[in-house]
Design a protein around this ligand. Structure first.
Ligand code: ADP
Ligand code: MG
Ligand code: ZN
Length: 418
């Protein structure tokens, strides 16, 4: 073997078996390999992992990956081990023996990638330990968790800004699929990424068809939708409460659909098992609260359905983004009713936060309502929310069946058929 450092493309070919980089991956990887910081905004399924995995293999030392998804670390590490990457994780699920083994491997320079839970990296003892080894880079995945106003805030992420001062010479890459300007600014400021290069990918997911229907009998509508368009396919149904999740899953089961409930009130081992079944078996429909889904890499999810109004466009976009990661046609289906609006307004009014917080929640809801009520292209509305202008897509409900046409023809058809 030649005694030279492999290039990024060598690693992409020989380790991951891919032909070429996608979109901005190459530019991002080059920036980090050269020792620079990067902030990466890329939609779900865009290929963020390679942006830090490849540089970790090219640069000397271990890539330290901060991820809030403890439940998924095992899967991520297993996938890397399977292609010969020396990867491990440190989190609260390990016993002392296991932890010790991982720590010694790191100190001996035998790890390419080390996944660490954020609460560990905020502790002084972990930082002292890391300082005794060689760090190739820090990757901060799901970086929007640093945003206090976002939908996934994790207090431990706030401490990650200190990495810049402690390790000024180690490149850092922050990655997220949340694309608003506000989140982008917060990531930059709180993670001290003022000198980073910024990479903002297009947030369009052209293979996802967005559809929003008036809600009248949500469970029946859902069954009809799944039977007609998602029969035998993997899908996710989102509801806001545990109670609705349980009832909806039972209703789907009673109608012959292979549905499983998932919410934070269920036993951790059962949740783990449900998630594993969803990933490994075909055609399972998960009915879940938003506790389900972040970081889940299942390429062939054919539909994401919402039977309750999401609280924000950011949340809606992330949840629907779990459909069609393989690029094949997929549907994002939402049943929207006035009752949801009334209920969410009440929840905001009664929420314990200060006035500024309530205003912000209210603005989030208003943007979601604007998406539901638009008579123009849903995709254009969605992308403009993320600051990206676009033409009407021709593949959403309003493009395919514009409300002006609909208003006239449906009543006329009804008249004719009675
Ligand atoms: P994200 O974290 O942005 O949601 P992932 O990193 O999980 O996305 O990648 C999504 C999928 O795309 C994975 O299955 C990954 O292997 C695949 N992928 C990423 N980059 C490439 C590439 N350059 N060529 C082929 N497949 C890729
Ligand atoms: Mg990811
Ligand atoms: Zn459209």
């Amino acid at each position: 073997l030649p005694d030279t450092t492999p290039t990024a493309l060598d690693v992409l070919h020989s380790v991951f078996g891919f032909e070429s980089f996608r979109g901005e991956q190459q530019a991002i990887v080059d920036q980090v390999i050269a020792g620079g910081d990067a902030v990466v905004l890329m939609p779900t399924g865009g290929g963020k992992s390679l942006c830090y995995q490849v540089p970790s293999l090219v640069r000397e030392g271990t890539g330290i990956v901060v991820s809030p998804l403890i439940a998924l670390m095992q899967d991520q590490v297993d996938a890397l081990l399977a292609v010969g990457v020396r990867a491990a994780f440190l989190n609260s699920t390990q016993d002392a023996v296991e932890r010790d083994r991982v720590e010694r491997a790191y100190l001996a320079g035998e790890l390419d990638l080390l996944y660490v839970a954020p609460e560990r990296l905020s502790s002084e003892s972990t930082k002292r330990f890391l300082a005794n080894g060689r760090i190739a880079l820090f990757a901060i995945d799901e970086a929007h968790c640093v945003s206090q106003w976002g939908h996934d805030f994790r207090p431990d992420y706030l401490a990650l800004g200190e990495l810049a001062e402690r390790w000024p010479d180690v490149p850092r890459i922050a990655l997220t699929a949340t694309a608003t300007d506000a989140t982008h600014r917060e990531i930059t400021n709180r993670l001290h990424m003022q000198n980073a290069a910024h990479f903002v990918a297009s947030f369009d997911r052209p293979n996802i068809q967005y559809r929003i229907v008036p809600k009248n009998e949500p469970r029946k509508q859902l069954v009809d939708f799944i039977r007609k368009e998602g029969a035998g396919q993997a899908g996710i149904v989102y509801a806001l409460s545990r109670n609705t999740v349980e009832k909806t899953a039972a209703h789907l089961q009673a109608n012959g659909i292979h549905a499983l409930p998932y919410h934070a009130g269920l036993d951790a081992s059962l949740r783990q098992k449900t998630q594993a079944r969803f990933l490994r078996e075909d055609g399972i429909v998960i009915v879940a609260t938003i506790a389900f889904g972040m970081g889940i890499d299942k390429p062939d999810v054919r539909f994401v359905a919402h039977i309750d109004l999401p609280k924000s466009v950011e949340g809606y976009y992330q949840e629907t983004g779990r459909a069609g990661r393989d690029g094949e046609p997929s549907v994002a289906w939402l049943a929207y009713g006035l009752q949801d609006v009334v209920q969410q307004r009440r929840m905001i009014d009664e929420s314990p936060g200060d006035l500024a917080h309530r205003r912000r929640m209210s603005a989030h809801l208003d943007a979601m309502l604007a998406l539901c009520e638009t008579v123009e292209c849903r995709r254009t509305n969605l992308l403009s929310y993320f600051g990206q202008p676009s033409e009407p897509c021709g593949n959403c409900d309003t493009c395919l069946d514009s409300p002006e046409v609909w208003d006239g023809t449906i009543p006329a058809q009804k008249l004719l058929s009675t």
